[in-house]
Design a protein around this ligand. Sequence first.
Ligand code: FES
Length: 321
Amino acid sequence: MADRVTETEDTIDVRLTSIRFGARDTNLYEFSRMAGGRLPPAVAGSHVDLHLPGGLVRQYSLIQPDDAPTAYLLGVKKDPQSRGGSSFLHDKARVGDMFRISPPRNNFPLVEDAPHVLLIGGGIGITPIWCMWQRLNLLGRSVTLVYACRSRADAVFLAELDGEDGVTFHFDDENAGSVLDIEALLGRMPAGTHAFCCGPAPMLKAFEGAAASWPSDRVHVEYFTAQAEAATAGGFTIGLARSGKEVVVSPGETILAALVRAGIDAPYSCEEGVCGACMTTVLDGLPDHRDSVLTAEERAKNTKIMICCSGSKTNRLILDL
Ligand code: FES
């Protein structure tokens, strides 16, 4: 790990202050400011970008809601398919190492005044769900939590959740290998329930299918991998309203790639349409949305675009850049 990091407007210098065992292949990593002191508020559902060596940036949910935190706790499961994020943290990161993180960003906001909230966590997707559970309990709200894992050995926060009113577990290997029946679960919820789900892609797909008849504003999903191919057909022009410059997006390029090629400074992080770092205001033209951050309503308004993956349905797209 580099010995020195530099704080910018968009990042915070932190030190890895502890690594704890969470569950099989899952560790809990705590980060604090280099000189101590408060970090920006940790709101339930939010995540930070963690900058890793080699230019890697990974998104991890915050585990503990806190208005005035002095540390952030992140849960990281070692992914056998890891492209460097979880394997670096599990195999190379050491207590005392310095990192750069973003302030928290929230693409999975909790509805704190819902009449009832159903929280569904699958595998390591329990991290934002557990954070929401703590927040709703603090507020004394009505909430049900269901935590599904392949096996009890993979379940992090098991000791904290076991025996809590409103919490149930589903372990595939204790149910003859069958996965959680999300449709039946949704069917048992009282009217007006808001349902939140974070987990592996098959679980999210099953959740969205089961909740298809629910009002969309009561169905909340958090993705950590791209759900659609990036738009790279090109053949349109980006107008940059602040500088008056124009950039042509060529076939094979994303908007972000074209801007970087043209030397334009634009914010980005995951480049997969899941983190929200590259969200940009659209002043004119129609985006071709490919991200997993905007809600259906936000997409329909066409006033925001994730430039790392979305394209344009019109010949020109004017952005507030
Ligand atoms: S960089 Fe993460 S959504 Fe675009």
